[in-house]
Write a protein that binds this ligand. Structure first.
Ligand SMILES: [Fe+2]
Length: 243
């Protein structure tokens, strides 16, 4: 089974369409989404519709919950808050009820999903250190735990034979029966690791491989939508920088 895992799409339909095409060509038959479908970008309803058409199983991120007022946006920066307020005005009842239906965590096969972390998903704290990653590896049960939120991809590997978890340097890893992983899937719609290409995660259960995939998309068109919507220009300017 080939599973495509997407995170932090952030209303960027141009990036999402490119990723969906690429993953279909790869042979993806299952679609998982680790939250933040909306926010920042200018096509929230289009992204929700495409995920529905793919039959994706999604969880909620802080921006999704911010839009439906299930979490506070007081700590959001100016541009993020403006985008949440704008998104509230755009969504119809069915898109809104889709966001309301999203759970905070889900399990599919041997994969667990949480947007920010597994220890306290509704607190939205980031996982940036190996110490935090080690705590997270004890907080989910499946072989692979996938998060998003920081928009920076990483893979941390733990072994049942003991020892401290290690960060994998490289874009792919193959598992054996002793290994478990915490993976940040990166961001489809607003990467922040210096690479502006859309990022998603491929999990291939037959070859036991976990791999990041980067996809070029029409950044200029995504920027045009943001400026036409009247959203803060910083949200468009950061896209070609991958920051
Ligand atoms: Fe995000």
């Amino acid at each position: 089974m080939k599973i495509a895992i997407l995170s932090d799409i952030h209303s960027n339909i141009d990036a999402l369409e490119a990723v969906a095409k690429d993953a279909k060509e790869w042979g993806a038959c299952q679609w998982l989404v680790a939250g933040d479908i909306v926010g920042y970008g200018a096509a929230p309803s289009e992204c929700i519709d495409l995920l529905k058409n793919l039959g994706a199983s999604s969880i909620a991120g802080n921006h999704d919950w911010g839009v439906i007022e299930k979490t506070s946006i007081d700590y959001f920066n100016f541009a993020a808050r403006q985008a949440v307020l704008w998104t509230r005005e755009q969504l119809g009842p069915s898109a809104r009820s889709y966001l309301e239906s999203l759970p905070l965590t889900l399990t599919f096969e041997d994969i667990d999903l949480a947007h920010a972390n597994f220890t306290q998903p509704e607190g939205w704290d980031y996982v940036f250190t190996i110490t935090r990653a080690a705590q997270e590896l004890s907080a989910f049960k499946s072989r692979i735990g996938v998060i998003g939120h920081s928009h920076v991809p990483f893979i941390v590997k733990a072994s049942s034979e003991g020892g401290w978890p290690e960060q994998i340097m490289g874009e792919r890893v193959v598992w054996d029966e002793h290994s478990r992983f915490l993976v940040n899937a990166g961001s489809v719609g607003q990467p922040r690791d210096g690479d502006p290409r859309a990022c998603y995660l491929r999990v291939d259960c037959s070859s036991r491989e976990i791999a990041f995939r980067r996809v070029t998309y029409d950044v200029a068109e995504a920027q045009r939508r943001i400026s036409q919507a009247g959203l803060p220009s910083s949200l468009a300017e950061r896209l070609p920088l991958g920051r």
